[in-house]
Design a protein around this ligand. Structure first.
Ligand code: FES
Ligand code: FES
Length: 136
C-alpha cells in the first residue's frame, strides 16, 4: 500500500489528489517529517513513526492559512486539482527557508504540474506568502 492509498483510501482524507500515480505530477505531495514527498511513490510502511502533514492541516479552525489566502488572492487556484500539492510543496519550502529567492521558489515547485494557471500566479502567491511571513 502506498502512502497515498493510505491517506485517501483508508483515512478518507481526500484533499491529497491522485494525478499520475507515478511520481510525475506532484498532485499527491505531502510533508513527511517536514519534507515534501510524492505520496504515490512512498510506501505507507515507510511513514511508520513519521509525521505526515496533508492539506487538511493547513487551515486552522476553518480559517485559511496565510499561504492558502495568498493562493486565492493571487488567482493561483483555477480548477484546484494541483493546489493541495502546490501548497504542500510551498509549505515545505517556507518552513526550511522563510525568505526564498525566486529561483528557490521555482526549484521547490518544479515537481508540481498545473494545467490551468501558467504558473506565474502560483509563483506570485508563494512570493506574497513569504513576504507576509507565512512560515507556518
Ligand atoms: S499522483 Fe503522485 S506524483 Fe502524480
Ligand atoms: S489549477 Fe488546475 S491544474 Fe492547477
Amino acid at each position: 500500500m502506498t502512502l497515498l492509498e493510505l491517506i485517501r483510501g483508508r483515512l478518507h482524507l481526500s484533499g491529497t489528489k491522485e494525478g499520475c500515480g507515478i511520481g510525475e505530477c506532484g498532485a499527491c505531495t505531502v510533508l513527511l517529517d517536514g519534507k515534501a514527498v510524492t505520496a504515490c511513490l512512498v510506501l505507507a510502511v515507510e511513514a511508520d513513526g513519521a509525521t505526515v502533514e496533508t492539506i487538511e492541516g493547513e487551515a486552522n479552525d476553518g480559517e485559511l492559512s496565510l499561504l492558502q489566502k495568498a493562493f486565492v488572492e493571487m488567482g493561483a487556484v483555477q480548477c484546484g486539482f494541483c493546489t493541495p500539492g502546490m501548497i504542500m510543496s510551498a509549505r515545505g519550502l517556507l518552513r526550511r527557508n522563510p525568505h526564498p529567492t525566486d529561483e528557490e521558489i521555482v526549484e521547490a515547485m518544479a515537481g508540481n504540474l498545473c494545467r490551468c494557471t501558467g504558473y506565474e500566479a502560483i509563483l506570485a502567491a508563494v512570493r506574497v506568502a513569504a513576504a507576509g511571513g507565512a512560515r507556518d
